[in-house]
Design a protein around this ligand. Structure first.
Ligand code: PSU
Ligand code: MN
Length: 291
């Protein structure tokens, strides 16, 4: 049921550097067609760092670890959004399953991959909605020995609540050359990190030590190189629109991202593309340092 691409399998067997990449942002985080470009650019960044990319998704009854380019092209807006709980059903039912950070981590753990790059981690949604909405990314990260590089937590969430929950779950929140967790588009203003690291090698050493101590996942926040500091009012508009239209659950994040991409005249789209690539690059550098 799990298919690991030959290059990924051989690299892992030799103790080499492999970086897991997700497919939810490919299918649901960008306008149709553009997501695939973002996914391919992430793979190029991982390779430029000297590591092997393993883009993960569910296809033709299998959890595929290391999608080919033509397979990745099948992850469009009609793909199912697949968190940790959805992997098995998506595989058995032959769905095209775009894995979230949590879904990707669950599959990566099965293959022994320890590093991942993404845009922003999911977390606690704002306003404590009824029913409450907390991304499965958090629980899966807590139980998976892997380091995820992201631009922090997506700022459409309740970021302080998410940071508190990460602490409760025992997940180290590292800052890459910063003392506070980046806010996805914005670089500053987030909660303090639990430790700051200055280099890929230091991040790798902290992760290895955490795992030797029996720990699970770690989050490493890398601020975007060209942050946007004025998106918050638009985020509030987007969340209001989502509520007014009755958008809930798994649909909220894609709805809000699409709203922002549209209403910002493409500025958030450009920023999101860039930060995903930057995070993939850094995840590759850390995987190489660890190897
Ligand atoms: N990063 C992005 N765009 C995205 C995501 C991350 O730049 O679309 C996705 C990830 O797959 C993450 C998901 O796991 O958003 C969180 O969705 P939810 O809040 O429904 O768990
Ligand atoms: Mn949710």
């Amino acid at each position: 049921m799990i298919r690991v691409a030959e290059e990924v399998r051989e690299t892992l067997a030799a103790g080499g550097a492999v970086v897991a990449l997700e497919t939810t942002l490919v299918a649901h985080g960008f306008p149709p067609g553009e997501g695939v470009e973002v996914g391919l650019e992430s793979e190029r960044q991982v390779r430029a760092a000297g590591a092997v990319p393993a883009t993960i998704g569910v296809l033709d009854g299998q959890v595929v670890i290391g999608l080919t380019e033509s397979e990745l092209a099948r992850f469009g807006p009609e793909a199912r959004k697949v968190g940790p709980r959805d992997l098995a059903a998506a595989a058995v039912q032959g769905a095209v399953g775009a894995t979230t950070v949590g879904g990707t981590l669950a599959a990566a753990r099965a293959a022994g991959i320890r590093f991942m790059g993404t845009g922003g981690l999911g977390g606690v949604h704002r306003g404590f909605p009824d029913p409450p909405d907390v991304s499965a990314d958090l629980a899966q990260l807590a139980r998976t020995p892997a380091l995820v590089v992201s631009a922090g937590v997506k700022s459409l969430l309740d970021v302080p609540a998410t940071a508190e929950l990460l602490e409760s779950l025992g997940v180290p929140v590292l800052g890459y050359r910063v003392d506070t967790l980046p806010l996805f588009y914005a670089a500053a203003g987030g909660p303090p990190v639990s430790a700051r690291v200055e280099s890929p090698a230091e991040a790798a050493r902290v992760a290895e030590a955490h795992w030797r101590l029996g720990g699970g996942g770690l989050l490493l926040g890398r601020p975007p190189d060209e942050p946007l500091d004025d998106v918050e009012p638009l985020i509030e508009d987007a969340l209001r629109a989502a509520r007014a239209e009755g958008v809930t659950g798994q649909a909220v994040t894609p709805y809000v991202l699409a709203y922002l991409h549209r209403e910002s005249g493409g500025r958030t789209l450009q920023a999101n593309r860039a930060l995903v690539a930057q995070n993939a690059r850094l995840a590759g550098e850390i995987a190489v340092a660890a190897a």
